[in-house]
Design a protein. Structure first.
Length: 111
């Protein structure tokens, strides 16, 4: 991949946000000073204080391309285990009608 990607205002090469109930997940592709790409995954939850004001609680994972394959393998195994063993519950209503797949496929990442 020889072409340069243009960074957005926050310095990301690519960003995707996913709303999931009360949480939002952000997938951001960034580059190091040496122009090596990595992924940050951020979970953001809106929290309300006793005074009625709110803040956002955030948790972030940095995922480097040498770890993509093992990460995806572990994630897919965990999701498969839950699907096979978790008790049946009624699914949450989503805000959009996009089809979703539980299997993650990062075939071309890191190559």
């Amino acid at each position: 991949m020889s072409e340069e990607l243009e960074k957005n205002e926050s310095g990301d090469l690519f960003s995707k946000s996913v709303r999931a109930g009360k949480r939002t997940y952000f997938f951001d592709v960034k580059s190091t000073r040496g122009n090596d790409y990595y992924l940050t995954i951020t979970e953001s939850k809106k929290r309300f204080g006793t005074d009625g004001k709110f803040s956002y609680e955030k948790h972030k994972i940095f995922l480097y391309k040498e770890d993509f394959e093992k990460f995806v393998e572990g994630l897919n195994e965990a999701v498969a285990h839950i699907k096979e063993n978790a008790p049946e519950i009624e699914p949450r209503k989503e805000h959009n009608n996009e089809s979703t797949s539980s299997e993650v496929n990062f075939e071309d990442l890191g190559k």
